[in-house]
Design a binder for this molecule. Structure first.
Ligand code: ADP
Ligand code: MG
Length: 637
C-alpha cells in the first residue's frame, strides 16, 4: 500500500513504535496463535466503543451527530484486493489519539501483557488474554501485513491516515476530507497470504455472529465491492430483551465481550428492578480468576447506561469485595444532562448500587444452597476477595458468614461452613477456634493444634491475608466467639479427650521450678513461661497474651509498619514431655546448669521455627546446638 495520492507526503511523519509495542507486534506476527479470528472481535469492539463514546458526547453537543446517520459498524470485503475494511461512524481520532492509542505504551496493558506471557509461558492462551489487556488493535497484525487507519474526529475539520506494516514504525499523514470518513474510523487490513480465508463472506459472517453477536451497535456486511449491505448483527441491547428471548450462548458471548475473558460465566443474573427505581441489570460471575484480581489498580468493567447511552465503563456499582462481578446496569431514572461524576453522586445511583449489591449477595447465597458444588468453584476463585467484605462491610457480615467456606483440621478440602462447625461443637466447647497463617498445610502441622486434636476439637485454618483482619474484629457466629489457638489460655481442659489420646498431666512442682528458671534465663524475650494444655507431642509453642492481637495479625501489622513493637509472646511448654521431665529432674539435682540454659534457648528457637519465623541470633543458636550435640556424643566436657 502506498500513500494516498492526495496526501501531501511532506507532512507525513513516521515514528517508531515504542520498544514494548514492537516486541508485542513481533510476537503477534510470528507466534502461531490457535485463534487468529479474534482480530474481528477486537476491531468490532473498538468500533462499538467509538460509537458509544460519541453517543455520550452528543448529549452535551448534539451538533456532533447532526448529520443524523444512525450509529453502525460496516465490514466490507474486497475479495480481489484481499482487504477487509471495518468502518464505524463513532467518535474518531485526532492525530494525538492516533499516536497515543495505536503507537505508544502510555497504555499500561502492553507491558503487563508481555510480562504475563513471559511469566506463564502462556503463549497458547495469549489470544484469549488480549482483550483483558487493552491491546486488541494490534491483533490486526496477526492477519495483515499492512494496516491503514483513516479517521476523522467527530466535529473536526481535519482527518488523518495512520499506516504501518507492524515492523517497528508507523506513519501518520493528513488525509484529504473527501477521501476521509464523514466522522469516525475506517480500519483497512491488507490480508497476508495465510489469512485469505477471512475474505470469505460465510466464514467472516460466522465469526462476527459468534464473537460479536451481542454488540450494542448494528453490524452490516458488504460481501464484495458494489454489493448491497446486509445486516448481520442487530445491535439490540441484550439486557433490554426479556430473559426468554436470550439464549445461553448469547449470554456467554456478551459476558466475554464485557469481561475480556474467554471462559464460561459461573453465574448469569439478569433482572429488572421495578418499584421506586427502575433499572435493568445483567451481571456475571466469571468462571475463572481474572489475572489482575488482586491488583489494587484493577480497572472496573461495570458499565452504566442511562437509556442505552453508555455513561461509563468504570461505574462504582459494587463494593470492592465484589470486584470480580461483571455487570451492566441501564436505568431511565438517572439524569442524562449532568456529568458522569454527578450521576454517580446522585441518590438514585446510591439506591441502585445498594439494590444491585443486595441482589448479588442474595444470589450467591441461593447458589450456595441450591448448587453447593458450583458454588464451591466460585468460592475457590473469589472467596479470598469476598472475605474482604467480612472486614469492610460489617453490616453484611452475617449474610457473608452464611456462605463462607473454610478449611479446618477436620475438613482440609475447604468446604466447611460456620453453621456446620457450630453444629458439631464438642461438649463444653464454647468458642470457634482458629489458627491464622500463610499456608494451610503448614498450619495443619502446628504444635498449637495438638491438644485440640486430642480432644476432637475442630480448628479453622485461616490462610488468606485478609483472614487475620476480619476474624479479630468479628464478634462471633451464632453466639460463639472466635478464639485464636495461639492466644491466651486454651481453656480446653474441660473438653473430654477422644479415645486413645494421652491425658496431659498437671504440671508437677519440679516442672514449675524448671519453668521459672527458663523465664529467668530467657529474660525479656518472653512474657511468661508456663505449662501448656494444648500440646501432646511437641515440647513448646508460642502464644500471644490474652489481650492484644493474635500472633499472625501482629506479624502482618508489624510488616506493614502499623505497629512499632511486637508484644512479648508466652512460651508454653509441654509439662509431660519426656524432655521436660528429664530437664526438671536434672535441675532439681542441681546438675548441668549450662546445659539447661542452652535447652531453654533451644526450646524457644524451635518454637519460633515452627511458627515459620527464624531464630533471632543464629551464631548463638548454632553454638548451643553444637554444645548439645557434643554433649550427647560425649565428645567434650
Ligand atoms: P482498547 O480498546 O482496550 O483500549 P485497543 O488496542 O483495542 O485497546 O485500542 C487502542 C485505542 O485506540 C482505543 O482505546 C481507542 O482510543 C483507539 N481506537 C481503536 N480503534 C478505534 C476506533 N475504531 N475508533 C476510535 N478510536 C479507536
Ligand atoms: Mg479494543
Amino acid at each position: 500500500m502506498t500513500a494516498d495520492a492526495s496526501t501531501p507526503t511532506t507532512e507525513a511523519r513516521t515514528q517508531s513504535f515504542e520498544a514494548d509495542v514492537s516486541r508485542l507486534l513481533h510476537l503477534m506476527v510470528h507466534s502461531v496463535y490457535s485463534d487468529r479470528a479474534i482480530f474481528v472481535r477486537e476491531l468490532v469492539s473498538n468500533a462499538a466503543d467509538a460509537c458509544e463514546k460519541l453517543r455520550y458526547e452528543a448529549i452535551a453537543k448534539p451538533e456532533l451527530i447532526e448529520d443524523g446517520a444512525p450509529f453502525a459498524i460496516e465490514i466490507a470485503i474486497n475479495p480481489d484486493a484481499k482487504t477487509l475494511t471495518f468502518s464505524d461512524n463513532g467518535v474518531g481520532m485526532t492525530r494525538e489519539d492516533l499516536t497515543q492509542g495505536l503507537g505508544t505504551i502510555a497504555r499500561s496493558g502492553t507491558k503487563a501483557f508481555l510480562d504475563k506471557l513471559a511469566a506463564d509461558d502462556a503463549s497458547k492462551e495469549a489470544a484469549a488474554l488480549i482483550g483483558q489487556f487493552g491491546i486488541g488493535f494490534y491483533s490486526s497484525f496477526m492477519v495483515a501485513d499492512e494496516v491503514v487507519v483513516d479517521t476523522r474526529r467527530a466535529g473536526a475539520s481535519e482527518a488523518w491516515r495512520w499506516s504501518s506494516d507492524g515492523k517497528g514504525s508507523f506513519t501518520i499523514a493528513p488525509l484529504a476530507l473527501e477521501s476521509a470518513p464523514k466522522r469516525g474510523t475506517r480500519v483497512i487490513l491488507h490480508l497476508n497470504d495465510e489469512a485469505h480465508e477471512f475474505a470469505e463472506p460465510r466464514r467472516l459472517e460466522r465469526i462476527v455472529r459468534e464473537h460479536s453477536g451481542a454488540v450494542a451497535v448494528p453490524i452490516d456486511l458488504i460481501e464484495k465491492l458494489g454489493a448491497e449491505k446486509r445486516r448481520i448483527g442487530d445491535g439490540a441491547a441484550i439486557w433490554a430483551k426479556p430473559k426468554s428471548d436470550v439464549t445461553a450462548e448469547e449470554y456467554t458471548e456478551f459476558y466475554r465481550g464485557l469481561s475480556g475473558q474467554f471462559d464460561e460465566p459461573a453465574l448469569t443474573l439478569h433482572w429488572r428492578a421495578e418499584g421506586r427505581h427502575e433499572y435493568t441489570v445483567l451481571a456475571f460471575i466469571p468462571g475463572s480468576r481474572p489475572f489482575d484480581l488482586f491488583d489494587p489498580a484493577r480497572k472496573g468493567r461495570n458499565k452504566l447506561y442511562v437509556r442505552r447511552v453508555l455513561i461509563t465503563e468504570d461505574a462504582d456499582l459494587l463494593p470492592g469485595w465484589l470486584r470480580f462481578v461483571r455487570l451492566v446496569v441501564d436505568s431511565a431514572d438517572l439524569p442524562l444532562n449532568v456529568s458522569r461524576e454527578m450521576i454517580q453522586k446522585s441518590d438514585v445511583f446510591a439506591a441502585i448500587r445498594k439494590g444491585v449489591t443486595n441482589r448479588v449477595v442474595q444470589e450467591l447465597g441461593k447458589l450456595a444452597e441450591a448448587e453447593p458444588e458450583k458454588f464451591a468453584k466460585v468460592w475457590e476463585h473469589f472467596g479470598p476477595v469476598i472475605k474482604e467484605g467480612l472486614y469492610e462491610d460489617p453490616e453484611r457480615r452475617d449474610g457473608l458468614f452464611k456462605i463462607a467456606r473454610f478449611i479446618s483440621t477436620t475438613h482440609p478440602a475447604g468446604d466447611r461452613t460456620l453453621a456446620q462447625y457450630v453444629a458439631s461443637l464438642r461438649e463444653n466447647q464454647t468458642a470457634i477456634f482458629y489458627l491464622t497463617g500463610d499456608d494451610a498445610k503448614r498450619l495443619a502441622a502446628s504444635p498449637q493444634l495438638e491438644g485440640f486434636k486430642a480432644r476432637g476439637v475442630e480448628v479453622l485454618l485461616l490462610a488468606d491475608p485478609v483472614d487475620a483482619f476480619w476474624v479479630s474484629t468479628a464478634a462471633g457466629f451464632d453466639g460463639k466467639p472466635f478464639k485464636s489457638v495461639t492466644q491466651g489460655a486454651a481453656d480446653i481442659k474441660s473438653i473430654a479427650l477422644v479415645e486413645g489420646a494421652d491425658a496431659p498431666a498437671e504440671a508437677t512442682g519440679e516442672v514449675a521450678t524448671l519453668f521459672a528458671f527458663f523465664k529467668q534465663t530467657l529474660g525479656d524475650e518472653v512474657a511468661e513461661v508456663r505449662a501448656s494444655d494444648r500440646l501432646t507431642d511437641s515440647v513448646a509453642c508460642l502464644i500471644a497474651p490474652e489481650f492484644g492481637p493474635d500472633r499472625q495479625l501482629e506479624k502482618m501489622l508489624a510488616a506493614h509498619g502499623r505497629i512499632a513493637e511486637r508484644m512479648k509472646p508466652i512460651l508454653e511448654v509441654n509439662p509431660t514431655h519426656a524432655l521436660t521431665k528429664a530437664l526438671a529432674g536434672r535441675f532439681k539435682e542441681g546438675k548441668d546448669k549450662p546445659l539447661i540454659e542452652d535447652a531453654a534457648w533451644l526450646v524457644l528457637d524451635e518454637a519460633r521455627l515452627m511458627e515459620g519465623a527464624s531464630v533471632e541470633d543464629p551464631p548463638a543458636f548454632a553454638a548451643r546446638l553444637r554444645r548439645v550435640m557434643e554433649k550427647a556424643l560425649a565428645i567434650a566436657g
